[in-house]
Design a protein around this ligand. Structure first.
Ligand SMILES: *Cc1c(COP(=O)(O)O)cnc(C)c1O
Length: 429
């Protein structure tokens, strides 16, 4: 398959953009090779700048719940743009989208719009710290919450020691306020709260992890986190930037029946435009400026184009959509498992409605250490075999396959056929 134009564009990009990309995972460092430059998207398909077409399972990393160039979203953005792109002052569509979110998330009375998931999580921990008067934040290995300093911390040598910077430029003084625990490990969380509960401001977690591949919560795990946070007077933050509107209209919190204090949203609620949001009950949200003293602001926050896109997206997500999304996800997951059995390959497929991951390992995958056991070289070869068979997967073994409402029978069959051939190649080498 020829991708010469992508290569030429990358050469140009590398001269004026660090690494040629505006977000690192796009650079294909996890799989090798040259990033594909895309020209257009339509439903479940992407067309690259050389004219090759691919079934897309990245979905812009989550927002494209209805596939690309989804008519209602495109129409809403086009109509809105004709009346001006933004005012830096309130507009009705901000209220419409806020109401749509509040209506679907029982834990959210009020919601503040921001421009990215990173801004949402950053504000969430500021609010947790202000509310509790404590500094310590608990997060989980393999979960991702954006690129703010507080989240770029890793576990110290011992499980319960101070956090260490995970990137140059993050002060030790900042990292030491972040404790990193293993995901899906209730005993580790209990021990952390036993020892440090009275210092913990908040605990932030992806209720279904989507940034180490898809790793669903173990039975009872989210309930345990809820109890630990409540007993310690700490704020429980569900980072639903991926799961919000994907695994259930009311997010993972509704799907699993566990109520967080604060929720961060993003991706899907902007319909593909830059967005983030932070929501929770009145008592907490009213501490944000201008009602309260916790400062947070944004020139482009609540941008009418984004709000219109998000509103059109959310408005399209009916019961039939979720039924189809769940069925398509399960068909793909079972199909991939069958291919694994047929070719005698060790494959574990995790999935939750709209999200799935293929791990080249025979064991259960429940946390980051399990993910790290999987064969990354197999993923690299699998990725390129799929790419050459016109299927675009995430260019990293640690990302999720995002299914959309636009993926139908033809796409599922095309994909499983490609998986079968890719697995055959892996099995014989
Ligand atoms: C993508 C993501 C973020 C960060 O959102 P950005 O818009 O990229 O800043 C935060 N949390 C989770 C769970 C995400 O998947």
């Amino acid at each position: 398959m020829k991708r010469d134009t992508s290569s030429e564009l990358l050469a140009r990009a590398e001269l004026c953009i660090p690494g040629g990309v505006n977000s690192p995972v796009r650079a294909f460092r996890g799989v090798g090779g040259t990033p594909v430059f895309f020209a257009a998207g339509d439903g479940a398909w992407l067309t690259d700048v050389d004219g090759n077409r691919y079934v897309d399972y990245v979905g812009a990393w989550g927002p494209m719940l209805q596939g690309h160039a989804f008519n209602p979203v495109v129409d809403a953005v086009r109509d809105r743009a004709l009346s001006g792109l933004g005012f830096g002052a309130p507009s009705e569509v901000e209220v419409d989208l806020a109401e749509a979110i509040v209506e679907r998330f029982p834990s959210i009375d009020k919601v503040r719009m921001v421009n990215s998931g990173t801004e949402a999580t950053m504000t969430a921990i500021r609010l947790a710290r202000a509310h509790t008067g404590r500094d310590l934040i608990v997060k989980f290995k393999g979960c991702y919450h954006g690129h703010a300093d507080a989240f770029l911390a890793q576990a110290g040598s011992g499980l319960l020691t101070l956090g260490l910077p995970d990137s140059p430029g993050v002060p030790q003084d900042t990292a030491k306020h972040t404790m990193t625990l293993p995901y899906n490990d209730a005993a580790a969380a209990r021990e952390a709260f036993d020892r440090h509960g009275d210092r913990i401001a908040g605990m932030i977690v992806e209720p279904v992890a989507g940034n180490m591949g898809c790793v669903p919560p173990a039975a009872g795990y989210l309930e345990t986190l809820r109890t630990l946070a409540s007993d310690a007077g700490a704020i429980l933050i569900f980072d639903e930037v991926i799961t919000g509107f994907r695994v259930h209209p009311g997010g993972a919190q509704t799907r699993y029946g566990v109520t967080p204090d604060l929720t961060t949203l993003g991706k899907a609620i902007g319909g593909g435009l830059p967005v983030g949001a932070l929501g929770g009950r009145d008592e907490l949200m009213d501490q944000l400026a201008p009602l309260g003293s916790v400062y947070q602001a944004g020139t482009l926050s609540g941008n009418p184009l984004t709000m219109s896109a998000g509103l059109a997206m959310i408005g399209s997500l009916d019961e039939a959509f979720y039924g189809t999304l769940a069925t398509t996800t399960e068909r793909l997951a079972r199909g991939i498992e069958d291919c694994g059995r047929n070719h005698n390959l060790a494959v574990t497929v995790n999935r939750v409605c709209g999200m799935l991951s293929v791990f080249f390992t025979s064991g259960r995958v429940g946390n980051f250490d399990d993910v790290a056991e999987a064969d990354v070289d197999h993923y690299r070869r699998f990725f390129h075999a799929m790419l050459d068979a016109n299927v675009y997967l995430a260019p990293s073994a640690y990302e999720t396959v995002f299914v959309s409402g636009a993926h139908g029978n033809a796409e599922v069959e095309h994909t499983l056929d490609a998986v079968d051939r890719a697995f055959a190649g892996l099995a014989t080498s």
